[in-house]
Design a protein around this ligand. Structure first.
Ligand code: SAM
Ligand code: SF4
Length: 329
């Protein structure tokens, strides 16, 4: 087995993108992501230390991973996370280090993150209305998040906005988000609502990317930009503007054939698919003193269990998975 073979699955898909959750904790309670009462946070000792994250990141980069995205829970809540960004960004062979965040700490941290080597941030904002922001996140933080977006952009971080579109909740803001993309020269990514444990999903609550595109087209001239086989978001230019819109259509137009993603949960479990339960604890292996060869075998076995595509999601009740806050998106 060569190094690159470790990350190629039975269907020939090479996995060069690793998403790493660095905490299961969050300061928001987004209705589509976690229950209002929260989920039981894992004890600190169960969460990967920064040294363990770095060891695993190096292991994956040596075998061909080129992009790492830090996520959570809310990654900016982890004490000392900017130092982690700095050490991961310095790993030879890693081309891109990114983060997905709810934006609450960006006004304070964006400049330091840029200096530490972070390339880009995706900031989740589902509404531009204050009252509605509280209904969705159960927190009153919209001004701080908007300030964070501005600071990140000004600091030179590539900045994109993630919007989960929910019927009867924020679908009437699709055009506002198009305007926001134009005014701020940003990409707004519209994400279809996906099923996770206890998150109130049903097929009737999915606003499809096709519907969102149709609504945008009533106001804007949008033009598809070429996307790579492994790009989850299909990007569109907006005529007359630097702003863009993009669509993440996991429910209605799934993109499994080009999937290049692996996921590491905050407690070190490896997931080969967003919709499959984790299959191995890399944390337990490294805490047990496993050499890289043993990690290779475990990763291979995990990828051997990856399906060619997830089953159609319409009529799908998600049972065995974790909540989204535990996976990290
Ligand atoms: N706390 C950070 C944030 O909100 O950006 C990072 C973690 S969050 C789980 C990652 C992404 O998953 C966010 O953009 C969020 O909107 C998205 N997400 C969470 N639950 C989702 C669901 N049920 N369907 C679609 N996207 C979801
Ligand atoms: Fe927290 Fe992000 Fe989930 Fe919202 S989407 S509850 S900010 S992890």
């Amino acid at each position: 087995m060569t190094h690159a073979d470790v990350l190629t699955d039975r269907f020939g898909r090479f996995h060069d993108y690793l998403r790493v959750s660095i905490t299961d904790r969050c300061n928001f309670r987004c209705v589509y992501c976690m229950p209002e009462e929260g989920v039981a946070w894992q004890p600190r000792e169960e969460i990967l230390s920064f040294e363990e994250i770095e060891r695993l990141a190096r292991f994956f980069v040596e075998r061909g991973v080129r992009k790492i995205r830090l996520t959570g829970g809310e990654p900016t809540l982890r004490n000392g996370y900017i130092g982690l960004v700095e050490s991961l960004a310095a790993i030879p062979g890693l081309n891109q280090l990114a983060m997905t965040t709810n934006g609450t700490h960006l006004a304070q941290d964006a400049v330091a993150l840029k200096s530490a080597g972070l390339a880009s941030v995706n900031v989740s904002v589902d509404t531009l209305r204050q009252d509605r922001f509280f209904e969705i996140t159960r927190r009153n933080e919209l001004p701080r998040v908007l300030q964070g977006i501005e600071t990140a952009h000004a600091a030179g971080l590539e900045t994109k906005i993630n919007v989960v579109v929910l019927p009867g909740v924020n679908e009437d803001e699709i055009i506002h988000f198009g305007d926001f993309a134009c005014e701020h020269n940003l990409t707004v990514r519209f994400i279809e609502f996906m099923p996770f444990l206890d998150n109130g999903w049903n097929a009737g609550r999915v606003v499809s990317s096709a519907e969102i595109r149709a609504r945008l087209s009533e106001r804007f001239e949008i033009r598809p930009l070429g996307s790579g086989a492994s790009d989850v978001a299909r990007e569109y230019a907006i005529d007359g503007s630097e702003g863009r819109v993009a669509f993440v259509s996991s429910v209605t137009e799934s993109f499994c054939s080009g999937c290049n993603r692996l996921r590491l949960t905050a407690d070190g479990q490896l997931k080969s698919c967003l919709f499959l339960p984790p299959s191995v604890s890399l944390r337990d292996l490294i805490r047990g003193g496993a050499p890289d060869s043993e990690l290779e075998t475990a990763v291979r076995e995990c990828l051997d269990g990856k399906w060619s595509a997830h089953p159609p999601m319409r009529n799908w009740a998600q049972r065995d998975n974790l909540t989204m806050v535990q996976i990290g998106g």
